[in-house]
Every structure is written in C-alpha cells, then in structure tokens.
Write a protein that binds this ligand. Structure first.
Ligand code: AMP
Length: 377
C-alpha cells in the first residue's frame, strides 16, 4: 500500500485531474501534475506543476523519480509515455487499457472479441472501404474518427453512400469506424473502481442526457429495470476484468428502442457521468481512483438519496454570469463546482452543479428547475 504522505503523479491537468488532486491532497498525499498548459485546472491546486509535453524526457524522468505511483486523467496521453513510466513506477490504469480506450477501432474490436454487445460497426481504413462498410452496417449510420474524438467531435451522420463519402472526406480521410445509428431509448453509464487485487465496486447506474453531443444532465440512481441495471454492471465488470484494469473505469451504454443494451465506449478514468459521486456517494469516484492507485481497499460506493448533475458550459458565461451563481448558490441542496478555467468557450465544460434530493425524481426536478432559471435550453 502507498500510504498518505507519498507523492502521486498525474498526467493531464483538466477538471478531472483537479478533482483527483483535491481528493488525494485531502487524504494527505502530495501530487505532481504534468500538463503542457500553464494555469490548467489541476495545476492550480497541485503541489507541483510540470508544464511540459507528455513525452518530455526530463519530466518523465522526474515523475518516475519523485512519485510512488502515476495515473492519468485523460486517455490521449501517449501510451509510450505510460510504458516508459511503468518500467520504473506503478502506473494505474496500465498502458494497455489506455491504448485500447484511445482508439475506437481497437476498443470496438476488443468488445466484439469478448462477446460484449455494441452497435453494428465496420472499420474504414480508406475511401475504397466505405461501400462495403455501409453494406455491412446499414443506414442510418455515424462515421467516427478512431482517435481524438470526444463530446461528439470527429463524427458525422451518414444516410447513404454519397453522404458517407462526403463524411469521410470531411473528417480528413483518416481511419474511421462506421457505426449503426441506434434509435436510443436511453443512455446510461456504469462507473466502477477495480483494485490491484481485482476487487470491484460499481456505483449505481447513471442515466445520461446529451445536448449537441455533450453531456447535459446525469441522474443517479438511474430509473431503469433491474435486469438492465444488473446486465450493465456485469458487462462493465467484465470489461474491467478483461483489461486487467486497476483504477476507475467508466462504461457508456445505449439502451436501444428495440431493447438492446449496447456498449458505446469506455473511458479509463473518472468520468463526467460520475461527478455526482462527489456530493452523493460515501466515496467519490476521485477518492476511489486514489484508493485504487495506492493499493488501498476500495471505498463504499453506496449513495445518499438521488443526485442530478447539470454541466455548466462556456455558453453560460456569455449570458448573465453573476445572476447564474446567485441562482445556484441560493438553492440549499445544490452543490456548485467550478474548474478554474479562464476562457469560457461555447461548449467548453467550465463546471457542474449537483442537485440532491431524497429520490432521483426530486433531484431531477431541482436540476430542471435550476436549468430553466439559468436559461439553459
Ligand atoms: P460518443 O462521443 O461516441 O460517445 O458520442 C456522443 C453522443 O452521440 C452519444 O452519447 C450519443 O448521444 C450520440 N451517439 C454516438 N454514437 C451513436 C450511435 N451509434 N447511435 C446513436 N447515437 C449515438
């Protein structure tokens, strides 16, 4: 076990990193953050910030020397950097899991090989492969780049061969996955922690609503049938086991209108749909990440009542910011989290607010009321 007082390394300095740092420091650890950007959200609260590239040799060497263990807060860290560090210090989750999660083709193939249901898909390596991929998958479909897509970026809708070819060109002619466009009944996710010894603890299943491809509201516990709940948890647990995973893992699912439960994607880190655990669970997903990283026993994932989390995007900053805070802070059951980002671009995640209630329905009611008051459509 790596005990409090030790120094932990974190690759990535965004909001997930910031909340990890808060959890680690409140437990008595020191944290060194590596992120090229000055004044990034995690650097503002860390013990030390290395403002360098993710493959900077000097920074890697320093992390390996100073840290008892290293983790990552975003999946696009070069797998080679994780491998370099892993030869010197425990890195959790491991480079292999991160490499699979950062590439949609690897991820989907991994799921298929392990018998875990996904939307129908085919890999498109070049323009010649489009027609056969479309025959295999069928329309309507979505074309997604295999790498660096997030929040609906790097995706295009496909309705026929013509639009598929245009989409492929618009995405830059890079390697893509063509995916069946699923008629969605609901989107849900499972966030879990898996310890170095294979112990798994799942948080209650969360319901997620997106707006323009970006998470808008998460509600927990999800209002889904018991069978869906247990099926989602067992699929997420199987993914973690097959990756020999250590850390917090988030698995996003589609529930299709014809009743299928399909894995959309997984993230090798704490996840936006688990932010509510900060305020409503015995152990937050960030504390769980610290525990898994340090080889501590996992914390209890049970929750107090219901929680509805509302993302606060940069759009809000272009409106009446001062009155927005007043509105949020006036609600005794609403918990405000801001990430310390200076530049409020439209669609950028600037913070979130979690509304608590005795039941998920009551929490959702508060979140929707607040959303209306903030003028979010
Ligand atoms: P992603 O970045 O792949 O998670 O996609 C972002 C959002 O786009 C998802 O949460 C869904 O709302 C929607 N989406 C992505 N893929 C599909 C699909 N195959 N069928 C229907 N909706 C999708």
């Amino acid at each position: 076990m790596i005990l409090p007082g030790a120094t932990l390394g974190l690759l990535g300095g965004g909001q997930l990193g910031r909340m990890f740092v808060f959890a680690a420091r409140s437990m008595g650890y020191r944290v060194i953050v590596l992120d090229p950007e000055a004044d990034c959200p995690a650097a503002q609260v860390a013990d030390r910030h290395l403002a360098a590239a993710y493959d900077d040799e000097h920074a890697m060497e320093l992390l390996a020397r100073e840290c008892a263990a290293v983790t990552t807060e975003f999946e696009n860290v070069p797998a080679a950097s994780l491998e370099y560090l892993a030869a010197r210090v425990p890195v959790r989750p491991g480079a292999n899991a991160v490499a699979i999660a950062q590439d949609r083709a690897l991820e989907k193939t991994f799921l298929r090989e392990h018998g875990l249901a996904t939307a129908r898909f085919a890999i498109v390596d070049d323009a010649e492969a489009i027609a056969s991929a479309l025959r295999e998958v069928g329309a309507p479909a979505l074309l997604k780049t295999t790498r660096l897509g997030y929040d609906g970026k790097g995706q295009a809708r496909v309705d026929d061969l013509d639009s598929a070819q245009r989409a492929f060109a618009a995405l830059g002619g890079v390697r893509c996955v063509l995916e069946e466009r699923v008629a969605l009944q609901r989107e849900i996710s499972v966030v879990l922690g898996r310890g170095a010894d294979g112990e798994v603890r799942c948080y209650p299943v969360t319901e997620n609503w997106h707006r323009d491809g970006i998470l808008d509201i998460s509600l927990a516990p999800a209002r889904v049938a018991e069978e869906t709940r247990t099926h989602a948890m067992s699929m997420a647990t199987a993914i973690a086991a097959k990756l020999d995973y250590c850390g917090v893992l988030a698995v996003e699912f589609f529930v299709s209108s014809d009743g299928r439960l399909l894995v959309n994607e997984f993230a090798p880190r704490p996840h936006n749909s688990g932010h509510w655990t900060l305020d409503a669970a015995i152990t937050s997903q960030f504390e769980q990440q610290v525990r898994a990283l340090c080889g501590l026993p996992l914390g209890d994932t049970r929750v107090f009542g219901g929680a509805a989390m509302l993302n606060l995007l940069g759009d809000l900053w272009h409106g009446a910011q001062a009155s927005a805070w007043e509105n949020i802070l006036r609600q005794p059951g609403a918990k405000l989290h801001l990430y310390g980002k200076q530049e409020a671009r439209v669609g950028r995640k600037m913070g979130h607010v979690t509304c608590l209630g005795e039941t998920p329905e009551l929490a959702l009611e508060s979140a929707l009321r607040l959303k209306g008051e903030l003028g979010i459509s």
